[in-house]
Design a protein. Structure first.
Length: 336
């Protein structure tokens, strides 16, 4: 007899039980809690705050016809940028940068504005003001430089402590201020990759914006001129009505303010009493001077005046004779 081969059917094997000797743990039905975000890394008394910078748009125009132009974005994907933050401490007290309420930020991006910092630290507390180092007063445009620094002044000192205790999570560099209060979800999950941003125009987009802003359309200019003229006429009419309302109206002390009207005759608004009109300067010059008072009207006044004049002449003649005699005595008289 031929030997029959023994066949063994291989079926699904039962799951092996966990063995404490091998250190295997049985799977649990309960989901494991996600680990909490780690605190920020410390570096030379600074806390390293990573932020995600969206691709920077250079131009929205179609540049395929220009072979020497670069792509429409400087980077094809988001990049990670690192801010260095610490509490501001100064030996000399400064009024605009108080110790305890000021956060010092280094290595800020080139397009940093106050709106960016208000959005980035919106969960820490209310921001009083943001002081950028390279922002000069009176300049219309700030030069964009890398590695700049900023001071963020909060309203409360606890906000600086919250900023230093921030956790490592995804933060998008944007200047769009969000509405609502989702601090809890934002702190745990981080911001979405699709967070919108309003970057400042740079490159070709910036030059195009400046070009069109300096050369508005004729329709816009005409509309602006018409609006300005209407506003000016309204202001003139209101001022004229207010001046007419104050005419011939006594004030608290009982005095009446005299305002020259447009016509030669001024009508009293209340219809009672005489009206007062201020004279014009050219009318004052045309006024004839009043006649002088008559002198020596009577005959005896004329005789008295002549007698006084003769007496005055005799007195002066006698004084001159005495003066000439004294000069002759001193040999100083030179008639010619």
């Amino acid at each position: 007899m031929a030997k029959q081969k023994k066949t063994t059917k291989v079926g699904p094997q039962p799951a092996a039980s966990a063995s404490p000797q091998l250190g295997l743990a049985s799977p649990s039905n309960k989901s494991q809690p996600e680990p909490s975000p780690a605190p920020l890394t410390e570096f030379a008394q600074f806390r390293v705050l990573p932020i995600t910078v969206r691709p920077l748009s250079v131009s929205d125009e179609h540049l395929s016809s220009f072979s020497y132009h670069a792509k429409t974005t400087t980077t094809s994907r988001s990049v990670m940028h690192y801010l260095f933050i610490r509490a501001h401490e100064s030996k000399k007290p400064e009024a605009n940068l108080p110790n305890g309420r000021t956060l010092f930020v280094v290595n800020i991006p080139v397009d940093a504005t106050e709106r960016h910092f208000r959005r980035l630290f919106r969960r820490c507390g209310n921001i009083e003001r943001v002081v950028l180092k390279d922002r000069h007063s009176g300049m219309q445009e700030r030069v964009l430089e890398t590695g700049a620094q900023a001071h963020i002044v909060f309203v409360e000192e606890a906000a600086v402590t919250k900023a230093m205790a921030m956790k490592s999570r995804k933060r998008v560099w944007s200047d769009e201020l969000e509405e609502g209060n989702d601090a809890e979800g934002d702190a745990q999950e981080g911001e979405s990759c699709t967070a919108t941003s309003l970057p400042r125009p740079v490159g070709l987009a910036k030059w195009l914006k400046q070009h069109f802003a300096s050369r508005p359309r004729l329709e816009d200019l005409q509309r602006a001129v018409d609006t300005s003229l209407v506003a000016f006429e309204d202001a003139e009419r209101e001022a004229r009505i207010a001046a007419e309302g104050r005419r011939n109206v006594p004030d608290e002390d009982g005095f009446v303010t005299v305002i020259r009207g447009r016509g030669r005759r001024n009508v009293n608004l209340d219809g009672q009493g005489a009206s007062v009109t201020a004279a014009r300067p050219e009318e004052i010059k045309k006024l004839k001077p009043k006649k002088k008072e008559l002198v020596d009207f009577y005959r005896f006044q004329m005789r008295e005046t002549k007698r006084n004049q003769l007496a005055e002449l005799r007195r002066k003649f006698e004084e001159d004779k005495l003066r000439i005699a004294s000069l002759k005595a001193n040999r100083r008289f030179k008639p010619y």
